[in-house]
Structure formats: structure tokens, C-alpha cells
Design a protein around this ligand. Structure first.
Ligand SMILES: *[C@@H]1O[C@H](CO)[C@@H](O)[C@H](O)[C@H]1NC(C)=O
Ligand SMILES: *[C@@H]1O[C@H](CO)[C@@H](O)[C@H](O)[C@H]1NC(C)=O
Ligand SMILES: *[C@@H]1O[C@H](CO)[C@@H](O)[C@H](O)[C@H]1NC(C)=O
Ligand SMILES: *[C@@H]1O[C@H](CO)[C@@H](O)[C@H](O)[C@H]1NC(C)=O
Ligand SMILES: *[C@@H]1O[C@H](CO)[C@@H](O)[C@H](O)[C@H]1NC(C)=O
Ligand SMILES: *[C@@H]1O[C@H](CO)[C@@H](O)[C@H](O)[C@H]1NC(C)=O
Ligand SMILES: *[C@@H]1O[C@H](CO)[C@@H](O)[C@H](O)[C@H]1NC(C)=O
Ligand SMILES: *[C@@H]1O[C@H](CO)[C@@H](O)[C@H](O)[C@H]1NC(C)=O
Ligand SMILES: *[C@@H]1O[C@H](CO)[C@@H](O)[C@H](O)[C@H]1NC(C)=O
Length: 878
């Protein structure tokens, strides 16, 4: 793709920070819109969307201008909801929709699915849009926008005030562009109460002038987040149909703070004067706060960043509600709020503002981003205030909305969003459309961890009493005899209890905005799996089942993971996986197609992976063992996927659970990294934060991470080293049936390497098939990956390069492969016969303590990770 990548320049220059803090007196609740239009453009008749809303065709609307064409999208990706996205109205000249409206504020929502329509190619869809006197889009390419955001489809939301009369929406193809055309899939016009205005009372910080948001001001919503909570679908909003996203993709760094969950009986009471449609209760019921340790909190800022256009003012609305029962008085939790690195509020005290806990309050701030580079990050950061000597050095936030404010010439149009991940770093071929229909019918699936996650440690959740909480010791049903040892994800895996919100509120809905992944109804899932027919079962785990599903009359095959509805955890990882995967598209990352969240169901829908996990092609398998080249090829693919996670996105994404059951194979044995339930965005953190959760799978766990809870992308490199030894040796990462020193593959392989006898543990299936140079290269890099300290390990890019080089060595040897056994010692044996100690004491200690409990191999011995977890974490339990 030839996206112009707008350069990402350092933020610099001072921004004017304007400060507005208003208490609004608005009318009371239950807003009933006086104007409500839902136009499914280009469609026939009435249809319903995923939220059950009825959309009408636009044929009877008041249209004027040149001719227009109604068209179906040429391609329909499975992730894209039919209503309103799969039909469009196309204009090759200026064209106007006129809506009869009453006076007052309206949301205007424009829905786009950039595909080819009516023989017009998607990339030529370049146009501008005006709404009344405002230019909302200019030289706009939905195609490029979707590309940069990695969305298949998306919508834009504006709020404008109208007089009673006619509201005109005009679409104009870009004049300077040959073959340009305009298109629109859906238009929504919905009255909303005037909840965003401020009149006269608000001052610009540092400027002592006021900034008004009045009837003449148009706003574009650019972000709307339920901080510390789950996404809220439009129907979960207060009748205004605003989707709220989770905030995790926007958190900067590894210091993610803690989720504040609330107990069941929490009652959020809106103060008089604040209508409850300002934000739904679920926004206020969850929050993110700093951890429990004051010293740690003083050392960092709880930060979020948002890619925005420069040259505009932004209204930043922060929603607060003190939901920690310990904090009921003034001056208990006081913190500074920085917006774009300037103090917006030196002494935020939620209880002092709201006069009570469990009472919502919101604050508006205005910040101007001067023109510099076309786009910039808007930073939001919280830090404890020490001057006021509050009881807790802590901070809290429940929700954020960010709006772009029109310029004085009525403009809201900006530049293309910055590309989220840099696809071209590794794989210029970028991501193919999600496959439909080519999978062979043999096979397996998307797999996850067999309870992969082993240790969830400390956490999170001020009211969550973690460690004392005994796992029920659910035994996994799947025995080692099952060919496929995956479980449905860590998703339903034990994980930590960091997020009890879903459970306690009965709101399971870990949904995400519909522009990220398709929402399936439960009925659709039932139809796709013949009502969870056992014949379609691909596998069973302690936490749920995975089924093979089919849609589009069998043309599209899916892997459908259904969580055990009663599983009392995993919601958080469900959300992480959903949010991360739906934004990432890469040839070597598994594609999420959609999800379903009805009736307390947590279901994820993926591309079907015909050949299952890498692991089930290595050992204990009926499958033909993979050839050496296949193994190498798969590792190269997986390394690309990981390298992309580490470097391709703006901020590093650490997978945290790299292992052979999380590397899946499609029908062509193309490797896809899966299971992002544990992933974390952010640069390495440089101090230990108590809320850090050590997670991962034993046998693969970076000893440094385990010891110091210091998470870096080098932890993935370590785990990948273990994977490399697995493909070399054809044995599991942990095998407690072996002699003690051999239990851990990582240790045993390092030991053999030191003694120069690594070739002796080569997988017998590979004997005579691997050239010694190639073997040497791969073994060498694997050993480096296992270096005790992260800084001594190679980057994923180096690993990738070395594996590609090894592949060349193998290929240049052609058919006549060298038998290793006829070779001299392939690897250095300097310490031969000298050093019998196995690697460092820490990792030895780790594996023996597990071995001693016969907890062994993470998926073969029938123990739940939870059991391991509770034994490790609760010494008294032993
Ligand atoms: C604001 O702070 C963040 C992180 O501390 C930094 O990356 C960014 O460059 C700063 N922005 C400006 C405009 O100084
Ligand atoms: C804004 O518009 C509304 C509805 O038209 C009207 O009631 C209100 O008085 C206007 N406000 C101002 C400040 O003009
Ligand atoms: C319009 O946008 C395209 C990319 O979509 C860009 O290449 C072109 O320079 C823009 N033109 C103007 C006049 O801004
Ligand atoms: C809306 O557009 C129609 C047709 O172009 C025009 O006649 C009418 O005056 C416009 N109304 C407003 C309020 O701009
Ligand atoms: C919530 O309220 C119910 C009924 O009032 C009570 O039985 C229950 O113990 C309360 N739960 C908590 C966690 O306080
Ligand atoms: C928090 O952010 C503010 C504003 O960017 C900055 O001045 C301060 O140094 C940061 N504090 C820490 C501990 O990073
Ligand atoms: C846009 O915003 C400014 C400032 O909020 C306002 O003065 C102006 O009238 C607005 N509308 C138009 C059409 O320019
Ligand atoms: C993406 O990668 C390409 C190729 O390495 C590079 O030229 C480009 O600058 C990168 N873009 C960004 C935004 O990092
Ligand atoms: C709240 O108070 C209880 C009882 O004093 C204590 O156990 C708990 O840790 C406190 N929570 C926080 C967040 O400090």
C-alpha cells in the first residue's frame, strides 16, 4: 500500500492550554430525540443493525444534485456488518441530502466501508463533506483512513447545532483528482441534549480568557473511552447511541495502573443538575487508578496518548466518580492532571468536587494544538499531588471524551490518521483480505494456551482480594491423549482476577466498537455451529470449547471459541485480545473476525486454521512430522509476526505468551501468532511496579522477568528461543517424566550446548536432513535467545535475520543434506566435560519447584494452571 506515512514528529512547542470547568445545569434524564434519521444508503427497504436499530433506505430521502448510483460493495469481508455498511450511494458530482430538523444539537454520524463499488475502485473515493455551514471532511479518503487505522469500516461523529428548518449534508468529489467520486454507506442524524456546551464561565488556563462552546461551535468526537472498563456498545449508552471504547490501547507504557472494580451494591447517583445521559452508569462504575504503593506512584505518570490533528482546539472531557469505599472525604486522593504536558488541574479531588463518593462529576478542559506536523499526540497524564498531603498518593479516572472544535472558518476536516502499525517494516505484501472459504476441511484450529497462562501474580483491583481467593481447582478434562492440547485461550484461562467488573455488574459485554470487529448475534453463532453440535467440536478445555463454524453457506470457515459462561475470570484477557487483535492485521498474526457477547456469552470468532498448532506437528502426534524446511519456515513466519508486534506498531507490543501452542498453521502451513490475551503495549518499564503481573507459561518464562518482574520485548525473545529448541529437538518445553536435569528444555539445551553435545538431542526425524551450518546457525541464535539477561539477547529482528540466513544455508546445500552425525562437533564445546551445573540457579529453582510438585509440562499432565498458580502464590497452600 502506498500510504503516505505522515511523519511522526516529536511533540514540541508549547500548546495553549485552555481550561474550562463548568457545572452544567441541564434538563433531566430520559432523552427522547426529536429528530432521528437512520439512512442505510443505497439499500432497499428497512433493515436492522447489530444494536437492533431500524435503518431505512435513502431512496425516499430528499436528495438533490447530480445523479447518484446505489451499489453493493464488490467485496464483503466477513467482519463487516451488513447494516449499514454493505451498500452505498455513489456520487460522481456534488450531491446533497436535506433533512428536516428542529432546532437544537444533533449528532451527525457518517458510516463508511471503503470497498470497490459499481466498478469504481476504492482508492478513488476521495471527496469532501459539509454539514450545514461546517466542512467536516475535505480531500477525504475513506480507503486511506481505514488503511491507516487498520479498520475495515468505521464511522465519524459530529455534533452541530441547527435552527429549525433544513440541514444539508453535501458530498463533493475531490475536484483535482481524476476519477474521484464520493460515497456514503450510512447517515445518522440524532438530536441530543446540549451536554457539551459551556457559556462564559470557563477560563483558559494561563490566558485568563474564557472559551465558550456555544451554538456556533461544531464538535467532532475523536475519542470516547470507558476508562478501566469494557467497551460499551451504542445500545448500552444512554439513548444517545455513543459507542465507548476500552482505554487499554491508548495507555502509554507498562504502567497501566490498576482497575478499580466496584462491588455489586454500588449505587451511582447522579447529582441534581447532571442528567444521567451525560455518560452511562457503566462508565462511572469502572475506573483506572494507580497502584497501592505510594513510592511507586510518585515515580510515574498514569498516561494516555491520542493521535490528533494539529491546528485545532480540543475539548477534553474527563469523567470521574470515586468508587473506592475507603475514599469518602476531601483530601484523601488528590492528583495533578496534565494535558499535553501542561498542568490542567493541579489539585483534582473527586470527592471534593462531587461532595460524596459514588457520585459522578466531569470536568472540561480545552487545549489547542498549534500547527506543526499535521498530526501529533495529545497526552493526558495523572500524577499524585503531594503538596496537599492527601492520605493516598494516587489518582483515578473513569472516562474520557475528546472532541475536535471547529476553526473560525467552520472547518473540522483534518489529515489522515497516522498509521497505527507500520506494515511495511516486515511484510510489504501487507495483509490479505481475510481468507474465505479456502480452508481444507481437515483440521484444527486456532488454539490457545492450555491453560497457558500460568502465573498471574499480584494485582489490581482495589477491592479484589486476590491471593486469598482460592481457585476451585477445576481439573481440565482434556488429558494428554487428546491430540490437540490447546484450550480456548487464556481468554477463559485462569489469569488473574484483575477484572471482576464484568462479573459483579452482570455486564459481560466485553464488546468493542463495531468498527473493529464484527459483532455476531448469538443466533448467528448457533447457526454457524449447528447449535454447538458436538460433531463440530475442535477441542475442549477446562474453560470452554472451540467449534468449527461455517457461514455464508459454508464458504467461510470459522473457529469459534465459546467461553464457559460461568467462568469467573478472563474477561480482562478477552478484552485485551479483542482490542489488540482487532487493530492488528498482519500475515503472521491470527485474524480476529468478530465476537459475540449476548446472554453472558463470551465468544470470539477467528479465521479457521486448518493445520492447528505448531506443537501438534512436532511430537506426540499422528501427524507427519514437519520437515526441517517447514519448521524453519514456520519459525521465520512466527518471528516476523513477533518482530512486527515489537517494532511495527507505534509502541512496542509484548506478546508475553510465546510458545508452540500459540503458533498456528493455516492450510498452507503459514505460521500465525495467536493468543494475545496477555499482551501488553508499551516500552519496557524501568522500575518495578507492584501491579505488574508475571504471566506466561512455565517452560517458556523469561527468568529475568520472573525474578525482577521487568517486562521487555526480550521476554518474548527468550520464549522464542525455547520454541526454536522445540523444533530442533522435537520435545516439549517441560517434560517432568525425564530426569531432573532434563525436565526443562531450556536448561537442558543450554547444558548440552555447553558440553558440545547439542546435536545429540536433535529430533531423530531430522537426522541427516539438516546441514551442519544451518543447524549451527539456528542453535546459536536459540542459545543467544536464552541468555539470562535480556540485554544479552538478540532482538526479534536479529533472530529473524539469522533464521532467514539459516534457511539460505540450508537451501544452498540443496538436496544433498549433510548428516550431522557424520560431522565434527557442530557447536563449540569449550566447556566440555567441565561444567555440570545447569544454567543459573534461579531458573533451576523455578523448574524444580514445579517439577517437585509434578506440575510439569504445561499442557500434558492434566493440572490446571490455576492449581499451579495457587500453589506458587500461596505458600501456605503447600
Ligand atoms: C509529553 O510527554 C510525553 C511522555 O512523557 C513525551 O513523549 C512527549 O514528547 C511530550 N510532549 C511534548 C509536547 O512535550
Ligand atoms: C442555542 O440554540 C438553542 C436551540 O436552538 C436555543 O434554545 C438557545 O437559546 C441557543 N443558545 C444561544 C446562546 O443562543
Ligand atoms: C488529498 O489526499 C491525498 C491522499 O489521500 C494526497 O495525496 C493529496 O496530496 C491530498 N491533496 C490535497 C490538495 O490535500
Ligand atoms: C439545502 O440544499 C438545497 C438544495 O441544494 C437548497 O435549496 C437549500 O437552500 C439548502 N438549505 C440550506 C439551509 O442550506
Ligand atoms: C448487596 O445487597 C444484598 C441485599 O441488600 C446483600 O444480601 C448482599 O450481601 C450485598 N452484597 C454486598 C457485597 O455488600
Ligand atoms: C508527568 O508529566 C508531566 C507533564 O508532562 C511531567 O512534567 C512530569 O515530569 C511527569 N512526571 C513523571 C514522574 O514522569
Ligand atoms: C466555529 O467555532 C468558532 C469558535 O468556537 C465560532 O466562533 C464560529 O462561529 C464557529 N462556526 C463557524 C461556522 O465558523
Ligand atoms: C515504515 O517502514 C518504512 C520502511 O521501513 C519506513 O520507510 C517508514 O518510514 C516507516 N513509517 C513509519 C511511520 O514508521
Ligand atoms: C480499604 O480499606 C480496607 C480496610 O481498611 C483495606 O483492607 C483495603 O486494602 C483498603 N483499600 C485500599 C484501596 O486501600
Amino acid at each position: 500500500m502506498t500510504n503516505p506515512n505522515p511523519p511522526h514528529l516529536p511533540k514540541h512547542l508549547s500548546c495553549f492550554l485552555l481550561f474550562v470547568s463548568v457545572i452544567h445545569a441541564v434538563l433531566a434524564a430520559n432523552y427522547d430525540p426529536s429528530d432521528k434519521f437512520l439512512l442505510n444508503c443505497g439499500a432497499n427497504g428497512e433493515t436492522s443493525d447489530d444494536d437492533g436499530r431500524k435503518w431505512t433506505s435513502d431512496v425516499r430521502s430528499k436528495l438533490s444534485g447530480g445523479s447518484s448510483i446505489a451499489s453493493d460493495a464488490a467485496t464483503q469481508k466477513p467482519s463487516v456488518p451488513t447494516t449499514p455498511y454493505t451498500t452505498a450511494r455513489i456520487f460522481e458530482s456534488e450531491f446533497t441530502y436535506s433533512f428536516p430538523v428542529s432546532s437544537g444539537r444533533k449528532f451527525i454520524r457518517l458510516y463508511f466501508y471503503p470497498a470497490d463499488y459499481a466498478n469504481l475502485v476504492a482508492r478513488n473515493g476521495i471527496f469532501s463533506v459539509t454539514v450545514g455551514p461546517y466542512t467536516v471532511l475535505k480531500n477525504f479518503s475513506a480507503f486511506e483512513t481505514a488503511n491507516n487505522l487498520n479498520y475495515d469500516f468505521f464511522h465519524k461523529e459530529y455534533s452541530v447545532s441547527t435552527e429549525s428548518g433544513t440541514l444539508n449534508l453535501t458530498f463533493t468529489p475531490a475536484p483535482n483528482h481524476p476519477n474521484s467520486y464520493a460515497f456514503i454507506n450510512g447517515i445518522e442524524v440524532l438530536s441530543h441534549p446540549d451536554i457539551y456546551s459551556s457559556k462564559g464561565t470557563s477560563m483558559m488556563v494561563g490566558l485568563s480568557t474564557s472559551f465558550d462552546i456555544g451554538n456556533a461551535t461544531a464538535l467532532e468526537n475523536v475519542y470516547r473511552l470507558n476508562v478501566g472498563g469494557q467497551a460499551i456498545t451504542p445500545s448500552g449508552d444512554t439513548g444517545l447511541f455513543r459507542p465507548w471504547e476500552g482505554d487499554s490501547p491508548y495507555i502509554y507504557g507498562s504502567d497501566i495502573g490498576v482497575f478499580v472494580a466496584t462491588d455489586q451494591n454500588l449505587t451511582i447517583s447522579y447529582p441534581s443538575g447532571m442528567p444521567d445521559y451525560v455518560a452511562p452508569v457503566n462508565v462511572y462504575k469502572t475506573a483506572r487508578a494507580m497502584g497501592p504503593t505510594p513510592q511507586v506512584n510518585l515515580g510515574f505518570n498514569l498516561s494516555w496518548y491520542f493521535d490528533v490533528d494539529t491546528g485545532f482546539s480540543y475539548l477534553v472531557r474527563l469523567h470521574f466518580c470515586e468508587i473506592d469505599p475507603n475514599i469518602t472525604k476531601n483530601n484523601q486522593r488528590v492528583f495533578e492532571i496534565f494535558i499535553n504536558n501542561q498542568t490542567a488541574q493541579p489539585d483534582a479531588d473527586v470527592v471534593a468536587w462531587a461532595l460524596k463518593n459514588e457520585v459522578p462529576v466531569y470536568k472540561d478542559y480545552i487545549v489547542f494544538l498549534p500547527v506543526g506536523s499535521p498530526r501529533q499526540d495529545l497526552w493526558l497524564a495523572l500524577h499524585p499531588n503531594t503538596e496537599q498531603k492527601p492520605n493516598y498518593y494516587n489518582a483515578i479516572l473513569n472516562g474520557v471524551e475528546i472532541f475536535k472544535v471547529n476553526t473560525s472558518d467552520g472547518n473540522l476536516a483534518g489529515s489522515l490518521p497516522n498509521p497505527i502499525p507500520n506494515q511495511s517494516v516486515i511484510d510489504p505484501s501487507r495483509v490479505l483480505p481475510r481468507s474465505s472459504g479456502k480452508s481444507s476441511n481437515k483440521g484444527w484450529i486456532i488454539g490457545g494456551s492450555i491453560g497457558g497462562v500460568l502465573a498471574g501474580i499480584v494485582v489490581i483491583g482495589l477491592f479484589v482480594c486476590l491471593l486469598s481467593r482460592k481457585r476451585k481447582g477445576r481439573k481440565t478434562q482434556n488429558s494428554s491423549d487428546r491430540t490437540s492440547n490447546w484450550l480456548p485461550l487464556s481468554l477463559y484461562g485462569n489469569s488473574d482476577t484483575s477484572d471482576t467488573t464484568a462479573k459483579t455488574h452482570g455486564s459481560y459485554a466485553p464488546s468493542i466498537p463495531s468498527n473493529l470487529a464484527r459483532h455476531f448475534t448469538f443466533a448467528e453463532i448457533q447457526a454457524a455451529t449447528d447449535n454447538f453440535d458436538e460433531a463440530r467440536l475442535l477441542g475442549v478445555g477446562g474453560f470452554g470449547k472451540v467449534y468449527k463454524g461455517e457461514i455464508n453457506g459454508g464458504a467461510t470457515k470459522l473457529a469459534i471459541k465459546r467461553g464457559n459462561p460461568l467462568a469467573d475470570q478472563g474477561v480482562n484477557e478477552f478484552r485485551t485480545e479483542l482490542e489488540l487483535l482487532s487493530k492488528l492485521r498482519h500475515r503472521h498474526l491470527v485474524s480476529l473476525i468478530g465476537y459475540c457477547e449476548e446472554n453472558t456469552e463470551m465468544i470470539l470468532v477467528y479465521d479457521y486454521m486448518a493445520h492447528g498448532t505448531l506443537r501438534e506437528h512436532l511430537y506426540k502426534t499422528q501427524n507427519q512430522p514437519l520437515t526441517w524446511k517447514q519448521r524453519l519456515d514456520i519459525c521465520i513466519g512466527a518471528a516476523r509476526g513477533l518482530h512486527y508486534l515489537h517494532t511495527g506498531a507505534k509502541h512496542t507490543i509484548i506478546h508475553r505468551d510465546v510458545k508452540t501452542t500459540n503458533i498456528l498453521l493455516d492450510e498452507n502451513f503459514v505460521a500465525k501468532v495467536s493468543d494475545f490475551g496477555l499482551s501488553k503495549t508499551g516500552p519496557a518499564m524501568d522500575h518495578t511496579h507492584v501491579s505488574t503481573v508475571v504471566k506466561g507459561s512455565f517452560g517458556y518464562l523469561d527468568p529475568e522477568y520472573y525474578r525482577r518482574q521487568k517486562l521487555t520485548e526480550k521476554s518474548d525473545v527468550y520464549s522464542f528461543g525455547v520454541v526454536l529448541f522445540e523444533i530442533l529437538t522435537g520435545r516439549p518445553a517441560l517434560n517432568p517424566t525425564l530426569a531432573k536435569e532434563q525436565v526443562s528444555l531450556a536448561e537442558w539445551a543450554l547444558h548440552c550446548h555447553k558440553k558440545g553435545i547439542l546435536d545429540e538431542i536433535l529430533d531423530p526425524h531430522l537426522r541427516g536432513k539438516v546441514t551442519s551450518e544451518c543447524f549451527k546457525k539456528v542453535a546459536e541464535i536459540a542459545v543467544k535467545c536464552l541468555a539470562d539477561e535480556g540485554i544479552h539477547r538478540p532482538s526479534m529482528g536479529d533472530v529473524l535475520w539469522t533464521l532467514e540466513f539459516a534457511m539460505q544455508l540450508q537451501e544452498s546445500a540443496g538436496e544433498g543434506s549433510v548428516d550431522l552425525e557424520n560431522d565434527e562437533m557442530p557447536l563449540s564445546g569449550k566447556l566440555k566435560g567441565f561444567d555440570d551445573n545447569v544454567t543459573d540457579s534461579t531458573s533451576t529453582g523455578l523448574s524444580t519447584s514445579i517439577g517437585g510438585q509434578s506440575l510439569g509440562s504445561e499442557d500434558s499432565y492434566g493440572l490446571t494452571p490455576s492449581a499451579v498458580f495457587s500453589q506458587i502464590m500461596n505458600p501456605n497452600g503447600r
